[in-house]
Design a protein around this ligand. Structure first.
Ligand code: AVJ
Ligand code: FE
Length: 440
């Protein structure tokens, strides 16, 4: 950050705030007021809640905490506190209406841009001050991804448009790649916008493992579905099978049988299931069952990050699979640039040193790991950001999806969710431990 200079940093932060708000405007401006205030699924907030919540967090963290200014709307703090009201109850709250919400977030933003002009952004506190703005950009982007998931749940004709992602290359890829055993550095102490749960950098020893070169595709997952995978408890954990029974799961969310084939619904389009695309909208339990059926397992979070970041030539951990440079459209499918994952095998320039592809972007990837703190973890800026979610109830997802912005995605970034969730843009890849003697 310091390399940008004070004015460079200031304009970079302002650009990110503006770019991010444009995305929020697309997501909330493409539907009518009824669509904005309605609840499209009990799993999600009304879109108008996300919008005002974005403004409310920005008011709390920047206008009040960094700027020391008086509250703009102290009366609504409670309505937009995610801990006070579960998503299913939010439509019943006396929320700001669409016009009020828009003017509120606009008013907050005007104050924030003014604050950015006045904040010194230098000296010892530079990183801390810039971090508060970076955290707000990431927070808004995370809610933009959540709103994109709400769009996927809404009924009715398509309202969002985007070009298709690049096709897969013609070359044949190996099904899996080897990551030789040894130490690597997990997490980060230097990434300026890394959140508390990604810190600090720490050494981890990871034994030999093989990991799928690409995420598991619809075609592969379909073989599991049609091979009776959802009818055979032996592939599922006890908890997973109980969930499968209770929720009456028979296939990934948004799939529908059509004669001998399958259709899937995607942002209002109903289309034949694309065989080469990574499977999307599966829960942790479904991913785990598939992996067992395939004779494999899910990667641990440590294995995933080593595959994505470890550079055996230098022994260092990279910021991204392709190196230390920020993500470009040639590296990864991020930022809602496309409204679907790219086919497995796309993005050769985004490959990791081990040869694995699409670790960043396309689909969030379930890991077998519980969401837990790294050794030396310190909650920042609030316990409520990560710490209260640590424990066996939440599983870690890695790598970001087509709906994740680059500002909220890094090789170290950790997402988490309940193992039953599948309205998120979740997929997975498998891993396995080599059989004795297999590696020669
Ligand atoms: C990191 C995606 C699990 O959306 O629940 C948003 C991020 N935290 N507002 C979420 C978050 C507070 C969080 N996830
Ligand atoms: Fe939030």
């Amino acid at each position: 950050l310091a390399e940008l200079g004070v004015e460079g940093l200031r304009s970079r932060v302002a650009e990110e705030l503006v770019r991010t708000r444009e995305r929020s405007e697309v997501l909330t401006g493409s539907v009518d007021d009824d669509d904005l205030t309605r609840q499209h699924s009990p799993l999600m907030s009304p879109l108008v809640w996300d919008l005002a919540h974005i403004g409310s967090q920005e008011e709390l963290w920047l206008v009040r905490d960094v700027g020391g200014a008086e509250a703009i709307r102290p009366d609504i703090d409670d309505l937009y506190d995610a801990f006070q009201h579960p998503r299913r109850d939010r439509p019943q709250l006396p929320l700001l209406g669409p016009a009020e919400a828009r003017s509120y977030v606009g008013e907050v933003r005007t104050k924030v841009l003014d604050l950015l002009d006045r904040t010194p952004l230098e000296g010892r506190r530079l990183v801390e001050q810039a971090f508060a703005f970076g955290m707000i950009v990431q927070h808004e982007q995370q809610h933009d991804e959540t709103m994109l998931a709400t769009h996927q749940l809404r009924k009715g004709p398509p309202v969002l448009t985007a070009d298709d992602p690049p096709a897969a290359g013609a070359e044949a890829l190996p099904a899996e790649v080897l990551v030789p055993g040894g130490p690597f550095t997990m997490g980060t102490s230097t990434e300026p916008w890394a959140l508390d749960n990604e810190r600090p950098a720490h050494p981890v020893h990871v034994p030999d493992f093989l990991i799928d070169t690409t995420p598991v595709t619809n075609a592969a997952y379909r073989r599991f579905v049609e091979g009776g995978g959802y009818d055979q408890p032996r592939w599922w954990s006890e908890e997973g099978w109980a969930y499968r029974q209770h929720a009456e799961l028979t296939a990934p969310r948004f799939w529908r049988r059509d004669g001998d084939g399958w259709l899937r619904r995607r942002f209002g389009h109903v289309e034949p299931l694309p065989p080469d695309e990574p499977v999307l909208h599966v829960s942790f339990h479904e991913a785990e069952a598939y992996a067992r059926w395939a004779g494999k397992r899910l990667p641990t979070e440590q294995e995933w990050e080593k595959a994505a970041r470890h550079d055996p030539r230098t022994g260092r951990s990279l910021r991204y699979p392709w190196g230390d440079g920020d993500p470009g459209p040639e590296h990864a499918n991020l930022g809602q640039r496309h409204l679907r994952p790219a086919a497995a095998g796309a993005y050769p320039l985004g490959a990791a040193p081990c040869g694995a592809r699409q670790l960043i972007g396309d689909v969030w990837e379930w890991t077998s790991s519980d969401f837990l703190p790294y050794p030396g973890f310190g909650a920042f800026p609030y316990r409520e950001y990560s710490e209260v979610f640590f424990g066996p109830g939440h599983k870690v997802l890695r790598g970001g999806s087509f709906g994740t912005d680059a500002a909220a995605c890094r090789g170290t970034f950790r997402n988490w969710d309940l193992p039953i969730r599948r309205q998120i843009f979740s997929g997975f890849r498998c891993a396995r431990t080599p059989r004795p003697g297999e590696l020669g």
